[in-house]
Design a protein around this ligand. Structure first.
Ligand code: C2E
Ligand code: MG
Ligand code: MG
Ligand code: MG
Length: 276
């Protein structure tokens, strides 16, 4: 992760005036075919059930191992992929890889959930649903163990178009999580129209939690989840105090550096075996 931040910082350092166009163009050009050249990696971050303290899922997070720049964060290249249409290629790779790997864990006795981030640009592509059905069939990964994460800010902007697509996903049995919840300003009316199954508390709210304070935002989101019968997960858990506060608030699941950094599939399998 340190290397990733360094490469990101290096790139940002060059994002001055004219250099922006050049670097963006270079990255966009090189991103084309990156999956085919084996430069994209999927890392997995464990998600814990706060009732059983066991790993019940993972979130798939893509990385780009650029041959010259080094590890590039998805925060840098996903926006480029969305603008250029390359998100279709990147997204197909992540989905294929994550479900293949997930099916492998299931096959050796660890039937955990796999969450995959999908942007609205991907979801609204007419090829997305057929592609997803194909990957589910090929990998034999059960649809009910797949969670699609969509950020709240994106859902708010395009909510009328998206609600229908999400209903189709739900029809397949796929779970739907609203990522970065609490930062996108969705109204309760909008949320009610969305067939979601989980809300994911943004790490900014998790960061506010201390041993003494109970964040009204976190209690509020957990209460909302309870009321709507939605699963509530918190991201960005870095300290034991935050974890305890989430337990007290009644949060269902937690994810963060304290519990495990995003890592490769082999390391996840090792952890699953260790805790079995
Ligand atoms: P996200 O989905 O909200 O993912 C959480 C981000 O927080 C990840 O950054 C993760 O590594 C980081 N994180 C996890 N635990 C902690 C913690 O305890 N503390 C802190 N400070 N950070 C933590 P990452 O991997 O750089 O991903 C950034 C964003 O890129 C993701 O945010 C997601 O929106 C997007 N992304 C990642 N992979 C994909 C993908 O395959 N497709 C799409 N469309 N977007 C993706
Ligand atoms: Mg996410
Ligand atoms: Mg998030
Ligand atoms: Mg976030």
């Amino acid at each position: 992760d340190l290397r990733m931040y360094q490469s990101k910082a290096r790139m940002l350092g060059r994002l001055g005036n004219e250099a922006v166009g050049v670097d963006t163009l270079r990255l966009e050009t090189e991103l084309r075919g990156a999956a085919g050249r084996g430069e994209l990696r999927v890392h997995y971050q464990p998600q814990f059930d706060l009732g059983t303290d066991r790993i019940v899922g993972v979130e798939a997070l893509v990385r780009w191992a650029h041959p010259e720049i080094g590890m590039i964060s998805p925060a840098t290249f996903i926006p480029l992929a969305e603008e250029s249409g390359l998100i279709r290629e990147v997204g197909a790779f992540v989905l294929g890889e994550a479900l293949r790997v997930g099916a492998g864990w299931h096959a050796v006795g660890f039937p955990i959930d796999v969450a995959v981030n999908v942007s609205v640009a991907q979801l609204s592509d007419p090829e997305f649903l057929p592609q997803l059905k194909g990957v589910l069939a090929d990998s034999r990964f059960p649809a009910a163990s797949l969670t699609i994460e969509l950020t709240e800010s994106q859902v708010v902007t395009d909510h009328t178009v998206i609600a229908g697509l999400l209903r189709e996903l739900r029809g397949l049995g796929v779970a739907i999580s609203i990522d970065d919840f609490g930062t996108g300003f969705s109204s309760l009316a909008q949320l009610q129209r969305m067939p979601v199954t989980e809300i994911k508390i943004d790490q900014a709210f998790t960061a506010e939690l201390t041993s003494t304070s109970t964040s009204p935002f976190v209690s509020g989101i957990v209460g909302l989840g309870r009321g709507l019968a939605l699963r509530v997960i918190a991201e960005g858990v870095e300290t034991d105090e935050q974890l305890q506060a989430l337990r007290r608030a009644g949060c269902d699941r937690a994810q963060g550096y304290l519990l495990g950094r995003p890592t490769d599939a082999a390391t996840i399998l090792h952890r699953l075996k260790e805790s079995a």
